[in-house]
Ligand binder design. Structure first.
Ligand code: SF4
Ligand code: SF4
Ligand code: SF4
Length: 132
């Protein structure tokens, strides 16, 4: 959480060219055969952080305990975060099913700083400038 009270999920957008997979030196990252999600082989991951640097939104997260990469796996095709959001009637998260060939999803991969700044402005208006 970069700003107290502003907590926002960092979600993988499944880039069409998967720069995280391309850069991993030990082939710890693969594409799920059922969804476009990136799967992490925690046994292979060496915690080098190259996938974080290669991602346009710095979305892979090195777990604070074992430093292995963590990336949203779409819960195998049944995202629990979407269900929780809709059950709570916020309806912010929705499932968009698109053809794999799209090359626009990458545009939605945004850094924690960018996402937090946008939400802070929505919550606090001009005062957010002092927080960011
Ligand atoms: S942190 Fe792990 S998954 Fe990411 S590039 Fe390095 S070895 Fe691969
Ligand atoms: S958003 Fe980041 S983690 Fe997801 S596929 Fe693209 S480069 Fe990989
Ligand atoms: S709940 Fe599942 S789909 Fe949602 S962010 Fe976490 S891993 Fe991804």
């Amino acid at each position: 959480m970069l700003i107290p009270g502003v907590e926002i999920p960092q979600l993988c957008t499944q880039c069409h060219d998967y720069p995280c997979i391309e850069v991993c030196p030990v082939e710890a990252l693969t594409i799920d055969t059922k969804t476009p999600a990136v799967l992490v082989d925690r046994e292979k991951c060496t915690s080098c952080g190259l996938c974080v640097e290669a991602c346009p939104g710095q979305i892979p997260y090195l777990h604070p305990e074992d430093r292995k990469a963590v990336i949203c796996d779409l819960c195998g095709g049944d995202p629990k975060c979407v269900k929780a959001c809709q059950d709570a009637r916020f309806n912010v998260l929705t499932i968009i099913r698109q053809m794999w060939s799209t090359n626009t999803r990458k545009l939605f991969a945004r850094t924690p700083e960018d996402l937090t700044a946008d939400v802070a402005v929505n919550l606090f208006g001009e005062k957010a400038e002092e927080l960011i």
